[in-house]
Design a protein around this ligand. Structure first.
Ligand SMILES: Cc1cc2nc3c(=O)[nH]c(=O)nc-3n(C[C@H](O)[C@H](O)[C@H](O)COP(=O)(O)OP(=O)(O)OC[C@H]3O[C@@H](n4cnc5c(N)ncnc54)[C@H](O)[C@@H]3O)c2cc1C
Length: 337
């Protein structure tokens, strides 16, 4: 055992030792991490981030765990989780957006403008995407309805540029606050961001929170759109089963003749294929589900097998959308910093 394995570190926030990653990911598989840090606000997050960097251990970021499959076993690293940073609020009159994003206590004596006068919303990274959408429904603000059935936190959503046929989480962003590699707060205006398909393209920087500018709309209309998106999602995806969302990104339609990853898998008759208790969903070929007792090894093996079979049959090398947290791999974040 090396120095870092033995030492006790005085973390500046809640820190869980040997925390289960299966408990914190929607696939419900995977091992443990040496340290899981849970800062409760941006200042604690900044301190935790710097302490994690200084520890010399590799560092990864965790939102709702809805797009991650963590390998079995113990990973000797640090995971910084956003679960305790759930706040969502509207900008206070008379404060700049930058100040609003840092505000911890709303001043109840200040009368808030009507949502139509100031259609902005602010959320910290750990606010769930459904909670964000429910808030827009209550205020009569449109633009994020399609996110309702997308599990995870807004930090993870921005890092992944979560979306669907309706659009993407970046579409209505005003700016994103991130931590620089040195642990300084930085604001990225939407115009300066370069999000791509399922990739916020943040160079491994930690999303602290964000500000959205939405469209005022009748509450009933927002509610109706949410209902339609949810119904569609429930029809086409195995939303009540344990999974990590789409396993693969859709390939370039020119190469795949317009076929999505799910369709390529379906055409090969792979729906229902199992490894251990992991199975390709009968409902959607691009989803792998955990039927109850799957291990991460089962899930990862089934992913590899599917990818291999698609490549053999079509020559298309599917790219993973799911983040595979393999213990020996350098974390994406450290790689880039
Ligand atoms: C049933 C189901 C349906 C889904 N449907 C959709 C869909 O319609 N559209 C879609 O786009 N996705 C979908 N997904 C995938 C998933 O919901 C999204 O990718 C979501 O954005 C993941 O957010 P998260 O907080 O869970 O991120 P995590 O899974 O925790 O993390 C994903 C990646 O983001 C990084 N990350 C997490 N938090 C931060 C942060 N604060 N700063 C920087 N990086 C961070 C992680 O390190 C990791 O690399 C679905 C998943 C499931 C299980």
């Amino acid at each position: 055992m090396g120095f870092v394995e033995n030492c006790k570190i005085d973390w500046p926030c809640v820190a869980l030792e040997h925390a289960s990653l299966a408990d914190r990911t929607t696939m419900r598989v995977g091992g443990r991490v040496r340290w899981l840090l849970e800062p409760k606000d941006p200042d604690e997050l900044q301190a935790a981030y710097r302490a994690a960097r200084n520890s010399g251990l590799p560092v990864r970021f965790l939102g709702g765990g809805a797009n991650i499959v963590a390998e079995d076993g113990l990973w000797s690293g640090v995971v910084i989780a956003t679960a305790a940073m759930r706040r969502i609020f509207r900008p206070m009159p008379g404060t700049s957006e930058e100040e609003s994003l840092s505000a911890r206590d709303a001043d109840v004596r200040v009368a808030m403008p009507e949502p139509a006068e100031d259609p902005r919303l602010i959320a910290w990274a750990g606010c769930t995407m459904p909670a964000l959408v429910r808030t827009t429904k209550g205020l009569g603000l449109s633009g994020l309805e399609g996110l309702m059935g997308v599990p995870g936190h807004v930090g993870g959503g921005i890092a992944m540029n979560a979306g669907g046929s309706w659009g993407e989480i970046w579409d209505h962003l005003e700016f994103v606050r991130v931590l620089s590699p040195e642990g300084e707060f930085q604001d990225i205006a939407k115009a300066d961001g370069a999000p791509r398909y399922r990739d916020g393209n943040l160079g491994g920087r930690f999303v602290v929170g964000a500000v959205w500018r939405l469209e005022p709309a009748p509450k009933l209309l927002v509610q109706e759109r949410i209902r339609e998106y949810l119904q569609h999602k429930q029809r086409v995806q195995p939303v009540t089963q344990w999974s990590a969302g789409c396993v693969f990104k859709n390939p370039n339609p020119e190469v795949s003749e317009g076929r999505s990853a799910g369709r390529l898998i379906d055409e090969l008759g792979l729906k229902g294929l199992t490894v251990g208790d992991a199975q390709i969903s009968e409902r959607h070929g691009n989803f792998i589900i955990n039927r109850g007792k799957a291990t991460a090894s089962d899930v990862l093996a089934l992913m590899d097998e599917t990818r291999e079979r698609v490549a053999q049959a079509s020559g298309i090398a599917l790219e993973f959308e799911v983040k595979r947290w393999l213990r020996e791999d350098p974390p994406e974040t450290s790689e880039r910093i």
